[in-house]
Design a protein around this ligand. Structure first.
Ligand code: SF4
Ligand code: SF4
Ligand code: SF4
Length: 206
């Protein structure tokens, strides 16, 4: 693969404002009750008054091993050679939901046609699937950055070729990236406390 695009997320900088998830909907023309290509999860630890919450911004992470692609019976899902973005050819999708069972991140979602509909790293605007679109470009090549990154209030979310992302990341975050089995294209800065034992989505707007 010539260049794998990846997301970067800094848990310390995210303020949980939902600008990323809302701007994703706006850029991609997704209705309020449509699939949440980007969503916020809130990791809670402790109980009042010793209570802390960490916000995590989630989407499809365009995994290297892409388990969704491996189970798709119609070969509708592609891991693009040019930039590593995982796209779906909706002409081939039969809406069987196998990909949803396979995805560890809950990123395989379905629109009102019953077909797979998920983050395509803003390959063009609209509710398209990204299939067959040109390779993702760097900003300096004239390619726009994804809407979620453009609109991140806390400067917590970035996207770009993985080698550039890893250069900016801490050593610990870079090490975690290389340890993953499934290979999500995500570099995440760790939270300061080690473990959280409950995860819940608290805002239905995403
Ligand atoms: S829902 Fe569509 S993309 Fe997902 S596994 Fe089935 S055919 Fe493939
Ligand atoms: S990259 Fe684009 S499609 Fe993907 S979550 Fe961000 S705004 Fe949505
Ligand atoms: S826009 Fe940035 S700061 Fe706001 S919730 Fe999303 S990732 Fe966090």
């Amino acid at each position: 693969m010539s260049r794998q695009w990846a997301f970067y997320f800094d848990t310390q900088k995210c303020i949980g404002c939902h600008a990323c998830s809302l701007s994703c909907r706006v850029r991609n023309d997704i209705d309020a009750d449509g699939p949440k290509w980007r969503r916020m999860e809130h990791v809670a630890e402790g109980s009042f008054p010793d209570y802390e919450e960490t916000s995590v911004s989630m989407s499809c992470f365009h995994c290297a091993e892409s388990p969704c692609r491996q189970v798709c019976p119609t070969h509708a899902i592609e891991k693009r050679e040019s930039d590593g973005i995982v796209t779906v050819d909706r002409d081939k999708c039969i809406g069987c939901h196998y990909c949803a069972y396979a995805c560890p991140f809950g990123a395989a979602l379905y629109d009102d046609e019953g077909l797979l509909s998920k983050c395509h790293l803003c390959l063009g605007e609209g509710a398209g699937d990204g299939h067959g679109k040109p390779a993702r470009q760097k900003p300096e090549d004239g390619g726009a950055t994804p809407a979620c990154v453009d609109n991140c209030v806390g400067d917590a979310l970035k996207a770009g070729p993985i080698n550039e992302i890893l250069r900016e990341a801490s050593k610990e975050a870079a090490n975690r990236y290389s340890e993953s089995d499934v290979g999500p294209a995500l570099v995440v800065e760790p939270v300061t406390q080690e473990s959280h034992d409950s995860i819940e989505t608290t805002d239905p707007t995403g």
